[in-house]
Design a binder for this molecule. Structure first.
Ligand code: FAD
Length: 472
């Protein structure tokens, strides 16, 4: 009989949670294996999520810029021509270099990998079934569930996602032609990012959202301004609208919806419908029930503060547990858990997890929204500064948006920072570092910022919380 392979840690899933946990655990001297059922490593994020979407967001932004954004700078290039096949090849090459990078890091850190479906057989035991269909048993002191998430449908509506006409984000990053009309169901991050890509490439884009705001959960001020900017770019919105049906019709599809508050139903035709209503934890086929692992009311794996499930030695991290479904949240949990398994004190500060929408302009936030502070009964001060008053923004014709800093009214500690504007996703990190150190808005406002930079607007917004901005 073949000897059963034995490890300190076996991780199921090689997304940002799983692969980072594997690398960190190996760096800390543990013997690690990863099981992944996809042919390549990197999970949702690298294969069909963060990375390909950003490749397309960048390329489509360049396309739009060439067409509309450079004349006024004295750069006349004529009408740009879209080569969608080449753009998709750029996306595919970006994905390949990233997933190959993970494979390289596994080798470098002496991490064993198994391509197949992992199944829990109880504490310390796991099976992996590859293409040949024969399960192989493995043993580990610690097992980590990092199986991520999958597309969630529309509650109460049967939708047949064929990834051609009715697509999830997976189909939306791989369309072979620009649809004349794209309907996006769901005005969250993924819907608006993918909607932006196709709008820039020439599609008419209509976003249908159940809530009466885009980006539910983000600061209202930010969401409102952002909606105005996207509308100016040509996107249409049906807010407060409940989708009741999505069906194929002829070459395209039709979407029926009605106002949430009551009123007449409508049906709109589209060439492609993107279902972007969120994601759900992925635990199928893992054998969690048989292994006795408890899930919460939303199907997520329940863990304690140290990521351990109710079964000793079985842990879970990333999209499959509670918290924001973000790659960097999964990564940080991966690091913390590796440290815990190595006997150290791993920890994630959930109060300081930035969120970014990679549209143009970008939206970025860290910490509390004004609505959350109000709901928590916290007394706060607000400082706001528009990019229209920032010299660098004017030089780059990137004056859309603003920075908003929220600070505790008594202690001046920064509680939240929200940015709409060019480069918001990079700028947000000075706020994250400040908040990690419990900094005040005066600390931020008195920190010397290079001139001319967009980041000066962050300093000015901070100044506005406790005195006055200089340039307004
Ligand atoms: P995943 O990345 O989902 O990885 C889980 C892996 O486990 C998968 O590869 C899966 O095949 C494997 N697996 C599952 N079950 C088994 C099994 N039984 N056996 C073996 N393998 C298994 N987040 C951001 O922070 N920034 C972004 O810009 C961003 N953009 C996104 C864009 C899109 C279109 C999408 C869909 C998501 C985006 N996200 C983004 C979210 C991000 O992708 C997820 O938060 C992140 O991938 C979660 O990581 P994870 O490790 O928990 O799981």
């Amino acid at each position: 009989k073949e000897k059963t392979m034995s490890y300190d840690v076996i991780i199921i899933g090689s997304g940002p949670g799983g692969y980072v946990c594997a690398i960190k655990a190996a760096q800390l001297g543990l013997k690690v294996a990863v099981i992944e059922k996809r042919a390549t490593f990197g999970g949702t994020c690298l294969n069909i999520g963060c990375i390909p979407s950003k490749a397309l967001l960048h390329a489509s932004e360049m396309f739009q810029h060439a067409g509309h954004g450079m004349d006024s700078l004295g750069v006349e290039v004529g009408a740009p021509k879209l080569n969608l096949e080449k753009m998709m090849a750029h996306k595919d090459a970006t994905v390949k270099s990233n997933v190959d990078g993970v494979a390289y890091l596994f080798k470098k850190n002496k991490i064993d990998s198994f391509i197949g479906t992992g199944k829990l057989l109880g504490a310390g035991k796991i099976s992996v079934t590859g293409e040949d269909g024969k399960p192989q048993e493995l043993e580990a002191k610690n097992i980590v569930i990092a199986t991520g998430s999958d597309v969630a449908g529309i509650p109460g509506v049967k939708v047949d996602i064929d990834e051609k006409t009715i697509v999830s984000s997976t189909g939306a990053i791989a369309l072979d032609k620009v649809p004349d009309h794209l309907i996006v169901v769901g005005g969250g991050v993924i819907g608006l990012e993918m909607g932006s890509v196709w709008a820039r490439l020439g599609a008419k884009v209509t976003v249908i959202e159940y809530l009466d705001t885009l980006l539910g959960g983000m600061d209202r001020d930010v969401a409102k301004q952002f909606q105005r900017i996207l509308a100016k770019q040509g996107m249409s919105f049906k807010l407060g609208a409940k989708v009741t049906g999505v069906e194929k019709s002829g070459k395209g599809a039709k979407v029926s919806f009605e106002p949430v508050k009551g009123g007449d139903a409508e049906t709109v035709d589209a060439d492609v419908v993107l279902i972007a209503t969120g994601r759900k934890p992925y635990t199928e086929g893992l054998g969690l029930e048989d292994a006795g692992v408890v899930l919460d009311e939303r199907g997520r794996v329940r863990t304690d503060n140290h990521y351990q499930t109710n079964v000793p030695g079985v842990y879970a991290i990333g999209d499959v547990i509670v918290g924001p479904m973000l790659a960097h949240k999964a990564e940080d949990e991966g690091v913390a858990l590796a440290e815990i398994m190595a006997g150290q004190a791993g920890h994630v500060n959930y109060g300081v997890i930035p969120g970014v929408v990679y549209t143009s302009p970008e939206v970025a936030a860290v910490g509390k929204t004004e609505e959350e502070l109000k709901a928590d009964g916290v007394k706060y001060k607000t400082g706001k500064f528009p990019f229209s008053a920032n010299g660098r923004a004017r030089a780059m014709q990137a004056t859309d948006g603003f920075v908003k800093v929220l600070a505790d009214a008594e202690t001046d500690r920064v509680l939240g920072v929200h940015i709409v504007g060019f480069g918001a996703g990079e700028m947000i990190h000075e706020a994250a570092v400040l908040m990690e150190f419990g900094g005040s808005s005066e600390d931020l406002g008195r920190t010397c910022h290079a001139h001319p930079t967009m980041s000066e607007a962050v300093k000015e917004a901070a100044l506005a919380t406790f005195f006055k901005p200089l340039h307004m």
